[in-house]
Design a protein around this ligand. Structure first.
Ligand code: GLY
Length: 360
């Protein structure tokens, strides 16, 4: 598989490199992207560290970086204010300067937390993202959103802070547990739904992990290409970027219904996309066969196409949704596969429709 490269214009501009084995060459790419850095602060988690930590550190030390590593416990609860403060104190205790850098090695939790720390320590130092899960490779590592969770909800404090470089080694996906790989596939399929009908058909023809991994370079490239186009146009999430939330409002309701334990984010988004398509069909916006077509791509991968939830969960999800402003909500609907259509509606109408289409 050849090396693939994309350039994001947002921030100071940065490259996304995709290639198997890239982890072992990370040092030279980081040296080129952060020429003044002497110290690198690697943040990783307790699952990823034993798998890939030593290889990354070795490739950084070959380039004569002074490397410090901090391992957070794997899991969403690590995206906390407490861990953010711990990272600030660890970096400053080890003499971080404005020209040094932070390297996030892991999934979305690690990237979001380390990104937030990098964007704020000493008022901002350079950040490199090395995502190792499918979800973080196709979504959270690109576009500069950083966050921690608060007692009042997920991702409620954070910054927009673009990295200086994103390195993706598809080989790291081989060690993902099957449900974690498939949860990432929900976001992959989302890109086909909102942007690229040919890509959707390409995915439909690859209903197993082995078949998907055989074409993973193209899959990662296509998703990151779509994401970078959206982010280039709307870095700060005030317009076009909302289309990336297709399936997410109902997805949030399903995550809430399962107490964030029964259903992963990807699983909830999978069912959320099918219900959003049904909702669009009900409104006459979406072609009637679209819900079934999406379900037919999700189901062979073991992703849910329907999740029961109470109206109270829908109400809460619509209330906390970032696309809801005042008395209206912007629904992210499809006209057909590959063609997205945001539709602003009064909140009451949306709730009534969702209760009819998605409630129990
Ligand atoms: N994950 C959605 C976004 O980056 O805007």
């Amino acid at each position: 598989m050849e090396e693939r490269k994309l350039h994001v214009d947002a921030g100071a501009g940065y490259d996304i490199l995709i290639a198997p084995g890239l982890l072992d060459g990370a040092g030279k790419h980081i040296k080129a992207a952060l020429p003044k850095a002497k110290r690198l602060f690697v943040v990783t988690d307790s699952n990823v560290s034993p798998l890939y930590g030593a290889r990354l550190v070795a490739s950084l030390e070959i380039e004569s970086f002074e490397v410090h590593t901090h391992v957070i416990p794997a899991g969403e609860t690590s995206k906390s204010a407490e861990n953010l403060v711990a990272l600030w104190e660890w970096m400053t205790a080890h003499g971080i300067t404005r020209t040094d850098g932070v390297v996030a090695l892991g999934g979305g939790v690690t990237g979001d937390l380390a990104g937030f720390a990098a964007s704020t320590v000493l008022r901002g130092v350079d950040l490199v993202q090395i995502p190792t899960t499918l979800l973080s490779q196709v979504d959270s590592s690109v576009g500069g959103k950083t966050a921690i969770d608060l007692g009042t909800g997920k991702n409620l404090a954070g910054t927009f802070f673009q990295p200086k470089l994103v390195l993706m080694d598809p080989e790291t996906l081989r060690t993902l547990p099957p449900p974690v790989f498939m949860a990432g596939m929900a976001e992959v399929i989302k890109y086909g739904c909102i942007w690229d009908a040919d890509f959707f058909d390409f995915l439909a023809q690859r209903p197993t992990r082995d078949k998907l991994m055989a074409d993973i370079g193209r899959i990662l490239y296509t998703c990151c290409d779509i994401k970078r186009r959206v982010v280039n146009e709307d870095e700060h999430d005030t317009g076009l970027r909302m289309i990336l939330n297709f399936g997410h409002t109902l997805g949030h309701a399903y995550e809430l219904a399962g107490d964030y334990e029964k259903w992963s984010h990807g699983e909830a988004v999978a069912a959320g996309m099918v219900t959003a398509a049904r909702l669009g069909a009900e409104l006459g916006v979406t072609e009637p066969d679209v819900p079934e077509r999406i379900a037919e791509v999700l189901a062979p991968l073991g992703l849910p196409t329907h999740i029961d939830c109470d109206f109270a969960h829908i109400e809460k999800a619509v209330g906390i949704d970032k696309k809801s402003a005042g008395d209206s909500v912007t629904l992210i609907l499809l006209e057909k596969i590959g063609c997205v259509r945001p539709l602003k509606l009064p909140k009451e109408d949306v709730l009534e429709l969702m209760a009819k289409t998605a409630g129990r």
